[in-house]
Design a protein around this ligand. Structure first.
Ligand SMILES: C[S@@+](CC[C@H](N)C(=O)[O-])C[C@H]1O[C@@H](n2cnc3c(N)ncnc32)[C@H](O)[C@@H]1O
Length: 355
């Protein structure tokens, strides 16, 4: 599954926003699969993070023997991130990979070469990992979900998996780069920024990537219809849903927060991850963004939404109402439902000597 960009990206590097490299299309150019904008907090507590120990795959469990405008600010428990492990097969089936241009950009920023060993935090079933391995990188992936690892390891035999939450993982080496895709908001931010910095060699790169909601006229009608469906089924969820922003707003907001990588990531991800202590740990914060246009049948859209943590906050009747409303949208449109996504990448350099 791939989220294919429909035009070039937009880089924020060095100083300030660089403008569009090319304009937004006015109509969809091709059918794509399944970017998801984000995952929010608040799912039921599936404490423990792991399914029963039913797989026999080789999993390393402990290596060490050797301001944002966050919309979802209520983190009742970080263990809610465990929900993905309960739906691992579906997650693997519908979740997208990430644009090559952003992965290349992250590798370039980190000065990475084939053979380098890098860290990934929250690999899921390998949506980003596959792109890292394809570039010849050796990956150590920290992932609390055993079912997710079981699926990831089938296609990623060379990856070293650490079946722990990032907060609890004991890593035996330093890495020239640490990646995380749609996952860095799940570890406790009071811990994660410091731990990421400590996991890196001095000058090593942190690279965070995610899809965000993106405001684009060409898909606004469909986006409004989908939001109205969500508001009808689950008004409390819809009320907290991040408002899609245009590219200039996204990039200017990132620029305003560039003195603290955690503020940039809070702004982009819409999550409550901004922490003051993170500011001196990283410098040289850069942002790259690449829009992607996607189309889904209502069934595909429902399947995708069912892999978000938000879905698991809905009651069965809310889920049914939402799924029916999406089907009705598809019937009314007589074509797939269109949406615009923005794949964003933040890279930052560890200054070393993290606390
Ligand atoms: C939305 S999924 C992203 C998975 C994959 N990287 C992707 O891009 O699709 C969030 C991932 O973070 C993992 N996760 C949740 N809490 C975590 C924690 N405390 N430390 C590390 N990973 C965590 C989940 O198990 C899940 O695989």
């Amino acid at each position: 599954m791939r989220a294919t960009p429909f035009h070039e990206g937009c880089w924020l590097g060095g100083r300030k926003l660089v403008s569009w490299l090319s304009g937004l299309p006015t109509a969809p150019s091709r059918r794509l699969q399944s970017p998801v904008a984000f995952d929010a907090d608040g799912v039921p507590d599936h404490s423990g993070g792991s399914a029963p120990d039913s797989n026999r795959l080789p999993i390393t469990t402990d290596l060490e023997r050797a301001d944002g405008t966050a919309r979802f600010t209520r983190m009742s428990t970080r263990s809610c991130g465990a929900v993905f492990d309960t739906i691992a097969v579906e997650y693997d089936r519908v979740r997208p990979t990430y644009p090559d241009a952003l992965i290349d950009r992250a590798c370039d920023d980190g000065g990475l070469s084939a053979g380098d060993r890098v860290l990934e935090i929250g690999c899921g079933t390998g949506q980003l990992t596959r792109g890292l391995v394809a570039r010849g990188l050796r990956v150590t992936a920290v992932e609390p979900g055993r079912n997710l690892i079981a699926l990831a390891s089938r296609a990623l035999a060379t990856v070293e998996f650490v079946n722990r939450k990032f907060e609890d993982a004991r890593l035996s080496r330093l890495f020239p780069a640490a990646f995380s895709a749609a996952a860095f908001h799940w570890p406790d931010p009071d811990v994660s920024w410091g731990k990421a910095a400590r996991s890196l060699t001095p000058g090593g790169r942190l690279a965070l990537i995610q899809y965000c909601a993106f405001q684009d006229e060409s898909t606004a009608e469909d986006a409004d219809a989908v939001m109205a469906a969500l508001a009808g089924a689950a008004p409390e969820i819809a009320a907290a849903w991040p408002v899609p922003r245009d590219l200039e707003t996204v990039m200017n907001g990132a620029e305003d927060r560039r003195d603290n990588v955690s503020g940039v990531w809070a702004w982009l991800s819409g999550q409550d991850v901004a922490r003051g202590y993170a500011a001196p740990l990283f410098d040289d914060v850069e942002v790259a963004a690449q829009p992607a246009f996607v189309e889904h049948t209502p069934e595909e859209l429902n399947a995708l939404f069912a892999t978000t943590s938000v879905y698991h906050r809905l009651s069965p009747s809310q889920r049914t109402a939402l799924e029916r409303a999406n089907v009705a949208i598809g019937d009314r449109l007589g074509r797939p439902i269109r949406s615009s996504m923005l794949a964003v990448l933040v890279t930052a350099r560890s200054v070393g000597a993290a606390p």
